[in-house]
Design a protein around this ligand. Structure first.
Ligand SMILES: C[S@@+](CC[C@H](N)C(=O)[O-])C[C@H]1O[C@@H](n2cnc3c(N)ncnc32)[C@H](O)[C@@H]1O
Length: 179
């Protein structure tokens, strides 16, 4: 089956910028108390459900994967871009990272306690997102962080000036524990 153009473009773009992206965002979480608070809430919910490891889907260089691991979760990362995965493996040699698409995850329902997609759904055309999400394994806690505004496009490593920074939104889904 032919791969959709948006996936080819996204992969090629992130392959090109992987090293710069990793360097520019290396300390970003340290300046984002609200982001850290949301990630801490994700960790707490996963730990409360005692439901197993988590996957960081569209993990890029693994900065969020590493942060979640440092907060006590067992975290792995999956990304479309082989170069991003290479950077993630070099940066976090103790963690598992795999090349893969969020549209074709080879993961069983219930195999994960949580899924996080931190700014990685932004390159999927909005009309394709529901079908993509239906292919994610059923998990107790799912957090998706994205940007408001035009969702699809090439990545840039030109750090956004604060006044141009778009709005952000985070969706959190928590399933009740099994009876
Ligand atoms: C803006 S970066 C965010 C990376 C990381 N989550 C972070 O916050 O640093 C978007 C990432 O999503 C990945 N990505 C985009 N579409 C994807 C898909 N369909 N499946 C897996 N990864 C994807 C890209 O390769 C890229 O590494």
């Amino acid at each position: 089956m032919t791969e959709p153009a948006y996936l080819r473009i996204t992969r090629a773009s992130y392959d090109t910028v992987a090293a710069d992206y990793a360097e520019i965002l290396r300390t970003e979480l340290g300046h984002r108390p609200l982001d850290r608070a949301m990630l801490a809430a994700f960790v707490e919910l996963v730990q409360a459900s005692d439901a197993g490891p988590v996957a960081d889907i569209g993990c890029g260089p693994g900065r969020v994967t590493g942060h979640l691991q440092s907060l006590g979760l067992t975290a792995r990362g999956i990304d479309l871009s082989p170069e991003m995965i290479a950077v993630a493996r070099r940066t976090h040699p103790d963690l598992r990272f795999d090349v893969g698409s969020m549209n074709a995850l080879d993961l069983e329902d219930g195999s994960l306690g949580g899924i996080i997609a931190w700014y990685s759904i932004i390159h999927t055309p909005p009309e394709l997102l529901p079908a993509s999400w239906r292919r994610w394994p059923r998990s107790r806690v799912i957090m998706r962080r994205t940007r408001l505004g035009p969702p699809v496009g090439r990545p840039t490593c030109a750090g956004p000036a604060p006044q141009r920074e778009p709005g952000h939104v985070t969706c959190l889904h928590v399933l009740p524990p099994p009876p």
